[in-house]
Ligand binder design. Structure first.
Ligand code: CLF
Ligand code: SF4
Length: 292
């Protein structure tokens, strides 16, 4: 009953601050209801926020769907420019599907207009794509770091899927197959898809144009080529960071293939406000109290 038409989904992009840099006066709230993950990226340490979408910072406090709804109501009261509810971890939105579904359902019953956005590694997308459409989700971000399992095998330590544990190229191939099929399902139903790509020097940096070309073929809306922020304790803690200049060069080159995001702030999984501003201390989450 909450399903949106393709036109409405695209229309909502006009007030989405991530998908449209002209919508910077609009705010988003991330509701941190998704603690678990089903894969292991080599740049991630689980006690931080999922770096596929969020800057690894201090640990985000997890909310239940009911607590998330309470936070949403408080913030909506205070921020008349709030246009987007996002689920961005701190783990993977679809590895916590019951919580994601419940949160979105309660909020939709209260607010028929707010835009629903989520980010995922894409492993469970083929299973849940239709449910996301039914829930009224209009914007989905999938992190795709490689479209070649040989490269993917260097990025992912393992994939847990259907009760089994996979490693190496098999793991990367399962993840990739589900990402590609899942994204195709989403775009065919009109969901506006953004692809995050983490730039990993010496691993996928030269492969990024191929990833972007494949995403264009799947009718994605844009790609967000991001800088790796190395996390202490992760397998990639010593990987050299691509500079902002190098990243912008890759973006410019890929911009000939499809629309690029230049204004990502690599937010926290509980960020609140307009991009780059974070009102989460004032408006609800307790990050002032918990330090790593
Ligand atoms: Fe959040 Fe992501 Fe939706 Fe935006 S963030 S789930 S698409 S509402 Fe935006 Fe933040 Fe960059 Fe993400 S600036 S990290 S791209
Ligand atoms: Fe970490 Fe996110 Fe990768 Fe999961 S998908 S391992 S939370 S970076």
């Amino acid at each position: 009953k909450n399903m949106l038409s393709k036109e409405t989904m695209l229309e909502k992009t006009k007030t989405h601050p991530c998908y449209n840099c002209g919508a910077h006066e609009h705010a988003r709230i991330h509701l941190p209801i998704a603690p678990r993950c089903n894969i292991q990226c080599n740049y991630c340490v689980r006690k931080f926020d999922c770096p596929n979408e969020s800057r690894p910072g201090v640990t985000t406090t997890i909310l239940t769907p009911e607590e998330a709804f309470e936070r949403f109501k408080v913030v909506k009261e205070k921020l008349p420019n709030l246009s987007v509810v996002g689920i961005a971890g701190p783990g993977d939105a679809l590895a916590n599907f019951d919580e994601t579904k419940k949160t979105l359902q309660i909020i939709r019953d209260y607010d028929p207009d707010i835009t629903f956005c989520l980010s995922t590694n894409g492993l469970m997308l083929p299973l849940y794509a239709q449910e996301l459409v039914d829930l009224g989700v209009s914007h989905v971000t999938v992190t795709v770091n490689a479209v070649d399992p040989k490269i993917g095998a260097k990025v992912y330590k393992y994939v847990d899927y259907m009760g089994m544990h996979f490693i190496g190229e098999t793991a990367a191939a399962i993840l990739l197959t589900n990402q590609l099929n899942g994204i195709k399902l989403l775009t065919s139903k009109g969901i506006v898809c953004k692809i995050n790509i983490v730039t990993l020097k010496g691993i996928n940096d030269e492969h990024i144009p191929e990833v972007v070309a494949k995403m264009k073929e799947l009718d994605c809306y844009m790609t967000n080529i991001m800088q790796l922020i190395p996390v202490k304790g992760s397998a990639f803690e010593d990987l050299p960071m691509a500079s902002q200049v190098e990243i912008n060069k890759i973006r410019k080159n890929c911009g000939e293939t499809m629309k690029q995001m230049y204004h990502c702030k690599q937010c926290r999984a509980d960020a609140i406000g307009i991009l780059g501003e974070d009102l989460s201390i004032e408006l609800g989450s307790c990050r002032g109290k918990c330090s790593p």
